[in-house]
Write a protein that binds this ligand. Structure first.
Ligand code: SF4
Length: 317
């Protein structure tokens, strides 16, 4: 499984395919040209797969008598039931498609993940909806990293999503095998600084869970660990949390680095904290010392390289 391609579901229009209502597309350069080199896309256009064709009338979410309906406002046709049935069936298929993430098109009444416009009977919109397909997907695959392409233009959200994709893949690979508690401790330890950069509280909670593994039912444990692990990574890693993780690593060099090199590393971490250099700078220096000095514990920390460096996700200040 570790050798299989990383499969990511995606709203088809983001790949540049002309499937939108107007016959156009919404090609996303980062996804297609950069992230696309590392993953295998699994495209889904719910509206085309439902048989609505291209071009087609626009659709919108409308609140009618307390219910949210998916309708074509010009002809009045209501597609709510058909789309709900399709979405549940397709989400069940995707649950068997070995996905490690999903990128949805924002604002769409089918694909939008949040803040989709819901119109009232006067035609006034409120950004309070979720696309029908997106809702079925999230309900069927609650741990799957799901993000909208619009939010991925924010560097912190982009890194968070890509990091979750790779972590989710490792998590599923681990629990898909015949895991033993020793392997679990190794998995958990390798992710220590990565999880701590998101939430030290969650890391503590996961640690207590790992300590109780022999007292719990295996399936229940696996389910709970995976859920809490992915929930922890959803918390955005801030500069303060990254600084804590870096200082934690600095502590591991106490008796190994000469004073001048220690001071240089401490100063580099502080420059990152003050927003003068991107995260990649102290991380590169740490990796250099880890390699040169053979610091085994830190060498095993996935925090030092949670995703391919070619994606340059830690190069922003
Ligand atoms: S947003 Fe979704 S339904 Fe609309 S064109 Fe893109 S893939 Fe199809």
């Amino acid at each position: 499984m570790a050798e299989a391609p990383i499969r990511i579901g995606i709203s088809t229009c983001l790949l540049g395919k002309p499937v939108r209502f107007d016959g156009g597309h919404k090609r996303d350069g980062f996804l297609v040209d950069t992230f696309g080199k590392w993953v295998e896309w699994v495209p889904v256009c719910p509206e085309v797969e439902l048989g609505l064709g291209t071009p087609r009338e626009t659709m919108r979410l409308v609140r009618t008598e307390g219910e949210v309906r998916l309708v074509m406002p010009r002809c009045g046709r209501d597609h709510t039931e058909a789309m709900t049935r399709f979405a549940e069936r397709r989400a069940a298929e995707l649950a068997r498609a070995d996905l490690s993430g999903y990128v949805l098109k924002k604002d769409s009444p089918s694909c939008g993940m949040e803040r989709v416009k819901i119109y009232d009977r006067h035609g006034t919109p409120a950004r309070a909806g979720v696309g029908l397909f997106a809702a079925a997907l999230a309900a069927r695959l609650p741990r799957l990293p799901i993000e909208e392409e619009g939010r991925l233009s924010d560097p912190r959200l982009r890194e968070n999503f890509v990091e979750r994709v790779f972590a989710y893949r490792r998590l599923r690979t681990f629990f898909a095998g015949r895991w033993i508690s020793g392997g679990l401790v190794r998995f958990h330890t390798a992710h220590k600084l990565l999880v701590m950069s998101h939430s030290t509280v969650a890391y503590g909670r996961l640690g207590r869970l790992v300590a109780s593994v022999k007292r719990l039912d295996r399936a229940a444990f696996a389910n709970r660990y995976q859920q809490e692990f992915m929930d922890a990574l959803k918390v955005i890693a801030t500069v303060r949390r990254h600084t804590n993780a870096l200082q934690h690593m600095l502590g591991h060099f106490r008796d190994r680095l000469d004073p001048a090199s220690r001071q240089e590393l401490a100063a580099c971490i502080d420059e990152y904290r003050r927003g003068l250099v991107p995260l990649v700078v102290p991380i590169t220096l740490v990796r250099h010392h880890v390699r040169a000095l053979g610091v085994e514990y830190l060498a095993g920390q996935l925090y030092l390289e949670p995703h391919p460096k070619e994606l340059m996700l830690r190069n922003h200040v």
